[in-house]
Design a protein around this ligand. Structure first.
Ligand code: 9WN
Length: 411
């Protein structure tokens, strides 16, 4: 029988195995580069046994920050033909080869959690990272707001690539001229667990457009048909801004304007409440239409410091429907698909963020979610994601962020 001690060792070994020297890849083969939010989770995992390595992870991520403040979603430290689209397809314009979009800003929140573990080791890192995190958050505030909610401009930005929330806006894209390309993801894992060709044509078409416009945000604002106000981005940025404010106040740093930005984001979060389905939801800013989806991102409200009786009812409902919550899409929706990526599976990292919020708010479902995540990993290992009905592991294996969730929260 595998014991908790064995699983802790396995989780630490996964982090060490995926360490490429200063940064960690999500998993060998499928994802051979540094991903933005994966790295922030990796840092939290490392902090449980090697605090210096935790800070190094975040420090490395921010070496890829663009002049305008954006921190890219992939940093291509060393070219690897096993992943598509690579650095040449993206044509990122930062100091290191990178993609041209970002990912959910959880770095400031993870930095604060790591700082709380050891303030002496952390203070210099926080002082150096603070202006960089501030600049990144301000980039969101400058370019990405819609009624105060934060928008994504590519499905990959939310980190929830093929969630049904994007189905409407994706259908409106005609990927004319996308040309031939060779997918590599389906060479590593079963295609039935991955996004479809319909999705990939549009993912690549959006990348080609960004590169053509040299990732100029003003031009993208005018030309890009995909602009969706998203609960992931809105809730994670709101939380990150609160954490930045707390860190700044504690260390006597310049927090001027942060309170106003937080108030804007609070309004933005409120604007994502969809009365028709009694849940936080994504809104297509081009049409004003709701996605009408209860997703795992809907449950990030507590993480952002927002309590919601309506969302609590939804949480109770979806947790009662599956063995291992939180499913990435409503298990009662006809679009639910328990094995296909962000259209149903449970993701340990989302559970961690949701769970942290629930615990901080002393929510009655907090313990249940933590125990379900613990059982999920105990029984099924450190997979990228899992079928929420029976826990079947899916996607990549020996996955950095699942190991980090075990070490920092579930284990
Ligand atoms: C595209 C690395 C990343 C995660 C995302 C997840 C997946 C990439 C892909 O893998 O996306 O960014 O190629 O499928 O959806 O959340 O950061 O683990």
């Amino acid at each position: 029988m595998t014991t908790t001690i064995d699983l802790h060792k396995q989780a630490r070994d996964i982090l060490k195995m995926n360490d490429r020297g200063g940064y960690t890849i999500p998993t060998k083969g499928l994802y051979p580069y540094q991903w933005n939010w994966d790295s922030a989770f990796a840092a939290l995992g490392f902090a449980q046994f090697n605090i210096d390595r935790a800070w190094q992870e975040l420090d490395t991520l921010f070496t890829a920050q663009w002049d305008d403040g954006m921190v890219p979603h992939i940093v291509f430290h060393k070219s690897d033909p096993g992943y598509y689209p690579g650095p040449d397809v993206w044509g990122g314009i930062g100091p290191l080869p990178s993609s041209g979009i970002t990912q959910p800003p959880i770095a400031a929140t993870m930095a604060r959690l790591i700082f709380e573990k050891d303030k002496t080791a952390g203070e210099a890192h926080i002082r150096a990272l603070f202006p960089k995190m501030r600049a990144w958050h301000q980039w969101f505030m400058q370019w990405r707001l819609d009624q105060g909610a934060v928008c994504v401009t590519h499905p990959w930005e939310a980190g929830r690539d093929n969630t049904p929330e994007w189905d409407g806006p994706m259908e409106r894209i005609d990927p004319i001229g996308v040309g031939e390309y060779e997918r590599r993801d389906t060479k590593h894992v079963d295609g039935s667990m991955r996004p479809t060709k319909f999705d990939y044509d549009r993912y690549i078409w959006l990348v080609q457009m960004g590169k053509r416009l040299n990732w100029d945000q003003q031009q993208l604002l005018e030309e890009n048909p995909f602009r969706v106000a998203d609960p992931t981005m809105t809730f994670t940025l709101l939380r990150a801004q609160r954490d930045l404010l707390a860190l700044g106040v504690e260390l006597g740093l310049d927090v001027n304007g942060l309170d106003v930005e937080i108030a804007t984001l609070e309004k933005g979060a409120a604007s994502l409440w969809n009365n028709n389905i009694q849940s936080y939801d994504a809104r297509d800013t081009k049409t004003g239409e709701w996605a009408n989806c209860v997703s795992n991102a809907s449950f990030l409200c507590w993480y952002a410091g927002i309590d919601s009786a309506g969302q609590s009812e939804q949480l109770q409902r979806v947790l009662d429907k599956v063995q291992f919550g939180v499913p990435s899409h409503d298990p009662e929706s006809p679009k639910f698909d328990g094995r296909r990526y962000w259209r149903g599976p449970t993701w340990a990292v989302m559970n961690l963020l949701i769970g942290l919020g629930l615990e901080e708010m002393k929510h009655p479902l907090a313990l249940r979610l933590r125990q379900a995540t613990r059982a999920l990993i105990e029984q099924n290992g450190f997979a990228e994601y899992f079928d929420p009905q029976d826990g079947t592991p899916a996607g990549g294996q020996a996955f950095t962020w699942t190991a980090a969730v075990w070490l920092s929260w579930a284990g």
